[in-house]
Design a protein around this ligand. Structure first.
Ligand SMILES: *[C@@H]1O[C@H](CO)[C@@H](O)[C@H](O)[C@H]1NC(C)=O
Ligand SMILES: *[C@@H]1O[C@H](CO)[C@@H](O)[C@H](O)[C@H]1NC(C)=O
Ligand SMILES: *[C@@H]1O[C@H](CO)[C@@H](O)[C@H](O)[C@H]1NC(C)=O
Ligand SMILES: *[C@@H]1O[C@H](CO)[C@@H](O)[C@H](O)[C@H]1NC(C)=O
Ligand SMILES: *[C@@H]1O[C@H](CO)[C@@H](O)[C@H](O)[C@H]1NC(C)=O
Length: 663
């Protein structure tokens, strides 16, 4: 019996040791390829050494104009925070420049021209001057605005009222009004039906900015919020309305039990300028509507509050969800409009496959050449979007106009608004090897075999139809996917239109472009992407086996959820060192410093800018290796303890024997 248990212990210890060894080997496993070296000394934009130096000129009106609505209605100009008419004066206006004789920095993926973004430049003062940035400095020649008396809900409402004729439903913001409420017992939730787009009317879009209790609104945040509201809602004649959606964290404030509690929470958690546009929720609200979903935290279910927002704010057709750590170095409204304009012009056929590609003009040539190449690999067939069916529900998306996809010459869907616009390319979940949450799903009949679709980060623009479809699936059927896979997967399963506009993204350090094409899109020509189940899709290892390439992805991009490049750009542009310290002489390669020391930034969307040290909601992100390392350490500890115990037992036995001998 003694010996038996000893053998068992030894076997157990051996198994533990083997497991630990395996984990350690897995962790330190040699990469298939040696690590890439970043390129040295690639500095763009460069000014010529000799001859005429770059000349900075105001951007022409054609570059800064805001496109009129295509409907019969002209936009009525609105009043800004200075009490002035925005169309008629300069104090509220960005000072955008074009720089002759300077090559515009070439993004590593995406393209300004393809998405319809202007290649303009701005200094921080030219961009943020209208919103109170450095307004006390001598160089500021703009009239100061009375920020402590500004009410962004009132300004947006006034603008919307001027332009109400352009919309089907011009419901105003009602500051402090609690529209969210708990689900009533037995309350029925219907599956949405697609309504035709109202001809001659402009769709309305809510911009929902995500905040939470404990978010520190720095001066920089205030400037960013003012810029976002002025350049979308006010410049676009009420087409956009900006809200701050606040997670009050915990249920202690009882915001749904009385108006007083709600109002007090708004006043405590949001700066006064923005009280009127705050919309508050807490976990009790999410639990009440989605009792069958096992978690309501932001990491897994960041779309739940947005789903409810769509349910309770039906006057909007579309909802942009953006984080507060997004920055537009150019005009925010024109940037967002360019993304939706691009998406509207895309066909539905093969849009899903196209959404996986990191468009790199130097390898794919024009975007329509990329379309042609994807079409060739799919042999002209419909792709996933044409015939996607899962067992859990009937798709609500429109029926294809023709039965044979070959008969549609990429016309179906052109001119229709997209149901989901993602900000970086998507991935086919069954093929993802490293993404921690690739098997996270709930309630689906085919379980993890259901082909999910994932687009990071959890931001983007969703239609009300799509959000209500997810709302219904979660509330009635208990179906759920992870935050970053929710809107994209449901859009795919319902046959709704999903588009990823190839927005320009930069890298620092810069890496060989051909290697980046291979790492983000996979090896071989686009036409040759015919792997079973993934025909026509990009499948780069940087996405599908991301852990091995985090040394590139997590540090390099100007738009990537874990990258620190956006901070470097932002700090240098604002003329300060890292995290607000001293400014350095060198600026990142995408910026340009003129001879008089002004720093100009090209037109970019940056994410995440974390200069105010606000962390993401639930510490979301791919904490993959720390988990494995933790398990390995625990197993090692266990083995060590087991070994020590085993040795002690042996010593015990020997001494017993010796006692016998002696005895
Ligand atoms: C706003 O600030 C100005 C100048 O400091 C002051 O005169 C005014 O009373 C303030 N208004 C409010 C509502 O606090
Ligand atoms: C307009 O929106 C409001 C608020 O969401 C809603 O109560 C109302 O029924 C809508 N009106 C129409 C005509 O759709
Ligand atoms: C797509 O592929 C089909 C079949 O190869 C071909 O007939 C069609 O012309 C292609 N269309 C485009 C736009 O490339
Ligand atoms: C900034 O520079 C000053 C003077 O060179 C120095 O005293 C200070 O410590 C620096 N601050 C930071 C945050 O580096
Ligand atoms: C906000 O600022 C306070 C005081 O500076 C600090 O204690 C807190 O950690 C900050 N919160 C976040 C989320 O950064």
């Amino acid at each position: 019996m003694f010996t038996n248990s000893g053998a068992r212990t030894r076997a157990l210890i051996l198994v533990l040791l083997a497991l630990t060894l395996l984990l350690v080997i897995a962790h330190f496993r040699k990469r298939d390829e040696p690590r890439l070296e970043p390129l040295q000394n690639v500095i763009v934009p460069v000014a010529p050494d000799h001859g005429p130096q770059p000349s900075i000129k105001p951007a022409p009106d054609s570059a800064t104009d805001i496109k009129q609505w295509s409907s019969v209605w002209p936009r009525v100009p609105c009043v800004g925070p200075r009490g002035l008419n925005l169309a008629e004066e300069n104090d509220d206006t960005l000072r955008e420049s074009v720089i002759d004789g300077l090559q515009y920095p070439r993004p590593f993926v995406g393209s300004h021209e393809t998405v319809g973004l202007t290649q303009t430049w701005m200094t921080a003062a030219a961009r943020y001057g209208p919103y109170g940035w450095a307004e006390d400095q001598a160089a500021n020649e703009r009239m100061k605005a009375p920020w402590n008396e500004t009410d962004w809900a009132a300004l947006q409402n006034q603008c919307l009222a001027y332009n109400a004729h352009g919309f089907v439903n011009a419901t105003l913001i009602h500051p402090f009004a609690r529209r969210f409420r708990m689900r009533e017992p037995g309350e029925e939730i219907k599956s949405p039906v697609i309504e035709p787009q109202a001809a001659d009317y402009v769709p309305r879009t809510a911009i929902v900015l995500r905040a939470w209790k404990g978010y520190n609104y720095t001066a920089e945040d205030l400037v960013n919020l003012r810029a976002t509201i002025a350049e979308t809602a006010l410049r676009f004649g009420g087409e956009y309305t900006v809200f701050i959606l606040v997670d009050v964290k915990g249920t202690g404030r009882n915001i749904f039990s009385s108006d007083e509690n709600y109002v007090r929470a708004v006043e405590d958690l949001v700066p006064p300028e923005f009280w009127g546009i705050a919309v508050l929720f807490d976990e009790s609200l999410l639990r009440s509507w989605y009792p069958r979903i096992k978690t309501h935290g932001a990491t897994y279910q960041i779309m739940q509050p947005l789903q409810l927002f769509a349910h309770f704010y039906p006057e909007f057709d579309f909802y942009w969800q953006l984080e507060l750590d997004v920055r537009f170095t150019g005009h925010a409204g024109r940037y967002l409009a360019a993304l939706s304009d691009f998406a509207r012009e895309q066909s539905r056929k093969q849009a899903i496959e196209r959404s996986t590609w990191y468009y790199m003009p130097e390898f794919h040539r024009s975007y329509s050449d990329l379309l042609t190449a994807v079409n060739a690999s799919l042999e002209g067939k419909g792709g996933l979007g044409w015939a996607m069916r899962i067992q859990d529900f009937e798709p609500i998306g429109p029926k294809p106009p023709v039965d044979d996809p070959l008969a549609d010459n990429f016309e179906w869907g052109v001119g229709e608004e997209a149901d989901f616009i993602a900000l970086t390319p998507c991935a086919y979940m069954p093929s993802l090897e490293h993404w921690v949450w690739r098997k996270w799903q709930q309630g689906l009949k085919a379980g993890t075999k259901t082909p999910g679709w994932m687009c990071q980060p959890a931001m983007g623009r969703a239609s009300r139809t799509l959000l209500l479809a997810v709302h219904h699936a979660q509330a009635v059927q208990g179906l759920a996917m992870h935050s970053e896979a929710t809107l994209s997967s449901f859009a795919l399963w319902h046959g709704l239109k999903l588009v990823v506009p190839p927005q320009p993204i930069y890298q620092d350090p810069q890496w060989p472009r051909d290697k980046m094409n291979e790492l983000f899109n996979g090896p071989g020509a686009v036409e040759a992407h015919r792997r079973q189940g993934m025909v026509g899709m990009a499948r780069g290892d940087a996405i599908y086996r991301q852990t091995d390439y985090e040394y590139i992805t997590t540090t390099s991009a100007s738009f990537w959820y874990t990258s620190n490049f956006p901070d470097k750009i932002y700090d240098a542009w604002l003329g300060r060192g890292s995290q607000g310290g001293n400014s350095s002489r060198e600026v990142p390669h995408v910026l340009w410093k003129s001879v008089d020391g002004k720093v100009y930034a090209p037109n970019m969307m940056l994410h995440p800018v974390k200069t105010n040290r606000n962390r993401p909601l639930d510490g979301s992100g791919d904490e993959h290796w720390p988990v494995i390392a933790g398990v390995a350490v625990a197993l090692l500890g266990l083995s060590a303890a087991g070994f020590w115990w085993w040795k002690r037992r042996r010593r015990g036995r020997y001494s017993a024997l010796r006692t016998e001998e002696v005895g």
